[in-house]
Design a protein around this ligand. Structure first.
Ligand SMILES: Nc1ncnc2c1ncn2[C@@H]1O[C@H](COP(=O)(O)OP(=O)(O)OP(=O)(O)O)[C@@H](O)[C@H]1O
Ligand SMILES: [Mg+2]
Length: 374
């Protein structure tokens, strides 16, 4: 290694990277770097998008790329980020996910076979989407002996078929994001669907299936993950803003007041806030009912229990959310703590564990960008 390549080697190792998550109601950024083998959090920040659309904080927006870029520039400035090198998350709604089964073919034929099969599931012309895929590891390649015995009796013989996770993202989304990043001077290394960012940020090594619940402003997203691999995803058309809008309507208060009240008291307002508690409970019950149905479906289909539920997204920060979730799910329910994957100042530990659920996507996408430098 000559001197210049040695220098660029160290420059690369020391490089800071950004993770960017533009949600429907808020944009989140984190900046991290590798230092002496550890991943260090340099800065992070979040900004509500409502005001850029002339609506309240906490509500979902449909911003033009120009407006989104304005917000992104603002938060990068506010957080005092010092790099432009980024990984960027794309919303789940930009994509179509399908699990397809193809015959076992040779590697060089894979792309063709998958693209041909995927056509059947994707309702738009193939030249309008970007296609990405990954092979789902075979059950028996990672199951225990006990499971093997069962699968040997019930599954097709090894080598006859292959499950593939196919993600199609509409080109229009990519183009819009390109405009946002270009006009914010951000250099995007890749775009990644937010699911995969979340999984990277919150899942630890473990063999059992877990469900991630991401309660955003517009929707609630459910992902079932086994051994780090996505096995099922589902969107519920109810998010945290719907609780605010329901409160505003039922209590005849402004949306801004409703949002404040929701964040201040949540389910912990006591007898004085009986109505508030009731309205929130009704809305969350709907979400939990749907999530339970997804869980049961999965358990029935694969004959496997989901051992844990991990909460992400701003909506789960509602006071008392986790207690109600524990009653509804009858299984272990925990808050995501993606900051635990980073070196952070110990005296801020409490603050980080509270912000964790909101930053899962931004941290996950930054971690991938960082791993590209290795
Ligand atoms: N402390 C809190 N208590 C209750 N709700 C909260 C709290 N903090 C944030 N929220 C709610 O969380 C929502 C924002 O969550 P998040 O930032 O995960 O959404 P998003 O990523 O912008 O949306 P989406 O994922 O749907 O695109 C808002 O609707 C807000 O009302
Ligand atoms: Mg989100």
């Amino acid at each position: 290694m000559n001197l210049s390549s040695l220098l660029s080697f160290f420059a690369k190792k020391d490089q800071s990277v950004l993770g960017i998550d533009i949600g429907s109601s808020a944009v989140k950024v984190v900046q991290i770097k590798k230092k002496r083998g550890k991943i260090v959090l340099e800065t992070y920040g979040e900004l509500a998008l409502g005001p850029y659309a002339g609506i309240e904080v906490g509500r979902a927006t449909n911003l033009t790329p120009e407006k989104s870029a304005e917000a992104l520039r603002d938060i990068l400035r506010e957080a005092k980020t010092t790099t432009v090198s980024a990984g960027v998350a794309l919303p789940l709604s930009s994509s179509l996910i399908s699990f397809i089964t193809i015959p076992q073919v040779q590697d060089k034929q894979l792309a063709d076979v998958i693209s041909l099969e995927a056509r059947k599931y994707i309702p738009v012309p193939m030249n309008e989407v970007m296609l990405d895929w990954s092979l789902v590891p075979r059950e028996d390649s990672f199951s225990t002996d006990e499971e093997n015995k069962i699968s040997a009796n019930t599954k097709e013989p090894v080598g006859s078929s292959q499950d593939v996770l196919v993600v199609a993202i509409h080109n229009e989304y990519i183009n819009n994001y390109q405009i946002i990043m270009d006009s914010s001077q951000v250099k995007t290394s890749f775009y990644e669907l937010e699911i995969f960012s979340s999984i990277r940020a919150v899942i630890d090594q473990g063999i059992q299936a877990v469900m991630i619940i991401d309660m955003g402003a517009r929707t609630t997203k459910l992902y079932i993950v086994e051994r780090g691999v996505l096995r099922s995803s589902h969107i519920i058309n109810k998010g945290a803003q719907d609780i605010t809008l329901a409160l505003s309507k039922s209590l005849s208060i402004s949306v801004a007041e409703a949002e404040n009240m929701k964040r201040l008291h949540g389910l912990k307002g006591g007898p004085e806030y009986k109505e508030l508690t009731e309205i929130i409970t009704v809305n969350l019950d709907y979400v939990f009912y749907e999530a339970n149905a997804t869980l049961l479906n999965y358990q029935k289909k694969y004959n496997k229990d989901v051992s844990k539920i991990i909460l992400t997204g701003g909506g789960v920060l509602l006071k008392g959310f986790v207690d109600l979730a524990k009653i509804s799910f009858q299984t272990e329910v925990v808050y995501a703590n993606p900051f635990a994957k980073l070196e952070t100042p110990a005296f801020l530990a409490e603050q980080f564990s509270q912000a964790g659920p909101e930053f899962a996507v931004a941290i996950g996408v930054a971690l991938r960008r960082l791993s590209e430098l290795e």
